[in-house]
Structure formats: C-alpha cells, structure tokens
Design a protein around this ligand. Structure first.
Ligand SMILES: Nc1ncnc2c1ncn2[C@@H]1O[C@H](COP(=O)(O)OP(=O)(O)OP(=O)(O)O)[C@@H](O)[C@H]1O
Length: 280
C-alpha cells in the first residue's frame, strides 16, 4: 500500500532526520515551494522525484543551508537550519555529505588528494591520520588502487565513486545525492546502486536521492516522494507508487505529456494574441 492517496504530505515514520513544515520558496516572484511538508526517515533511503524545475535540487540546498527558504521550518536532526549561526551551519555541513551529478572533482588533484581535500581544509589532522581515513574511504568504494590517478583518467562511474568517498570523509549522518545515476553504463550504475545501499546499511547513514530513474530507485529506495506544484503530491513504496492511481503518478511515471503538469506554459488568450478577438 502506498500512502499516496490517503495523505500525500504525511510521512509514515515518527523518527524523521529531516522535518520540513510549511516550506515556501520563491525565486523572482515564481513560487517553487508552496507550503511543503515532508519527513525524511532516519536510516532509510528516500528518493525525491518530480518534473524538471520542481525544486528538487533547491530542496537539497535548503537542507544544507546553502539556499534559504522564504518561510516555513526545516529541521535537520532537530536543528532549525534557518536559525543556525555561521559556525552552526559549518558544523551541520560536516555531518552532511553531498554528491553532485557532475562529481565536481578538482581536476588538478589526484584521487587521493580529492578525497583528502575536505580534511585538509577543515581539520588539522596529522598526515598519517589523513592517509588512513582517505585509504579507508577509497577502500569502501573499491578504488584504493586508483588513489594516484588523475580525474581525467577516470571513467564516469569511477569519478562518481571518488566523489562518494569524498562525501563520506567526515562520516556523515546524511548523504544527499543529486542525480547520481546520470550518464552511467549499466555496470557502473549497479556499482553505484550497490554502494549507496551498502553505505546506508553498514554506516547507518540516512540517504536522500534525487533521481529520475524509477527502475534504479525501485532497487534501493525505501520510500519515494513525488513533488510537483510546490508540494508533495504522492509518496510511498517505490514498487507500488507508480500504480497508485492518482493523476500525478499516472502522468509522471507514465510519461504523459499533458495532465496535472500542463503541456502549455501559462499564456494569454491565443486568438486575442493573433488579433482575432477573444476565444469563447
Ligand atoms: N538561486 C536561484 N535563483 C533563481 N532561481 C532559481 C535558483 N535556484 C533555482 N531556481 C529556479 O527554481 C526552480 C527549481 O530549480 P531546481 O534546480 O531546484 O529544480 P529541479 O527539480 O532540481 O530540476 P531538474 O530536475 O531539472 O534538475 C527552477 O525554475 C530554477 O530555475
């Protein structure tokens, strides 16, 4: 059973690591979130889906405090992100790993130095300890042997795994994945899927995944949340959500060009614009 029809905005868990209430976000007068309510359960993998431009990346940026919302509340592990001091935000970001779609590796540094980078920037750990941590994280993603390769020598899948090693370098409580599967061949895709699941289980990390690939999501996510028109319009079991019968899921998962998300961008009367008078 999905919880989509009964109560799209509610979450089925009492233990949320991220709790969003009444979140409202506007960019240049355009409303992206319109009173968004959402709970992200601790220790689980939650997939965020929705049409392009619906605000999925913005939601991740709200969680890390990179982009402030206009109204509402967003708590991460009980802390209101909007009220954190600079130092509080900094501490929060150390506990949140962020994996970007493009991996964002530093091209002038080798794999080892890319993973070591946050440690060198934010700590004064001795070199020996940095080495142990970096090798441990590279081992976790299966790339300890690639530590001296440059980013230009990596495949897309390897680069994504290096970025993942870097994202877990501070042993985060939460990892945010923004489109982690884009451009991966089937083998690399399965490697990344397996890693996300393994990290979630072995390290007890909470994972939030923004992605469009339902088949991949069905393999690893515990819950899917569909966002559209500034709100959660459906949520539930990834294997069942596509068949919950709501017009939102029918359009989104069926790839229908028109529906609750209209084909036409809002426009004035067509006939009037052509100078033919108003249409009825
Ligand atoms: N800093 C910003 N300033 C102005 N507009 C922004 C800003 N960040 C995002 N937007 C706009 O907010 C909307 C939501 O963007 P966002 O990238 O979060 O969507 P998305 O759901 O992740 O899209 P996609 O699936 O295409 O990646 C878009 O219309 C985008 O242009």
């Amino acid at each position: 059973m999905t919880d989509a029809i009964a109560s799209p905005d509610s979450a089925p868990t009492g233990d949320a690591l991220v709790r969003v209430r009444g979140l409202t976000t506007r960019f240049s007068g355009r409303t992206v979130f319109d009173g968004l309510d959402l709970d992200i359960p601790r220790g689980k993998i939650t997939a965020i889906m929705g049409p392009s431009g619906t605000g999925k990346t913005t939601l991740l940026k709200h969680i890390t405090g990179q982009t402030p919302a206009d109204a509402g509340e967003l708590l991460v592990d009980g802390e209101d992100v909007a009220k954190l001091s600079r130092e509080g935000l900094f501490k929060l970001r150390e506990r949140v790993g962020y994996l970007f779609q493009n991996s964002a590796l530093l091209t002038d540094f080798d794999v080892f130095e890319n993973v070591a980078f946050p440690l060198r920037q934010h700590t004064r750990l001795p070199e020996e300890l940095i080495r142990d941590i970096v090798l441990n994280k590279l081992q976790a993603v299966g790339l300890r042997g690639a530590s001296r390769l440059m980013p230009s020598e990596l495949s897309g899948g390897m680069a994504r795994r290096v970025a993942l090693a870097r994202a877990i370098v501070f042993d985060p409580m939460l990892i945010l994945y923004d489109e982690p599967f884009v451009g991966l061949d089937p083998i690399a895709l399965n490697q990344v899927l397996k890693l996300i699941r393994t990290l979630n289980e072995t390290l007890g990390i909470t994972s939030v995944l923004v992605a469009h690939e339902l088949a991949a999501i069905q393999q690893i996510a515990d819950r899917v949340v569909l966002i559209a028109n500034g709100k959660v319009v459906a949520s539930g079991d990834p294997k069942e959500i596509a068949n919950d019968g709501s017009p939102w899921t029918r359009q989104f998962f069926g790839g229908e060009p028109d529906g609750p998300v209209p084909f036409h961008y809002p426009a004035g009367d067509y006939a009037a614009e052509l100078g033919l008078g108003e249409t009825a």
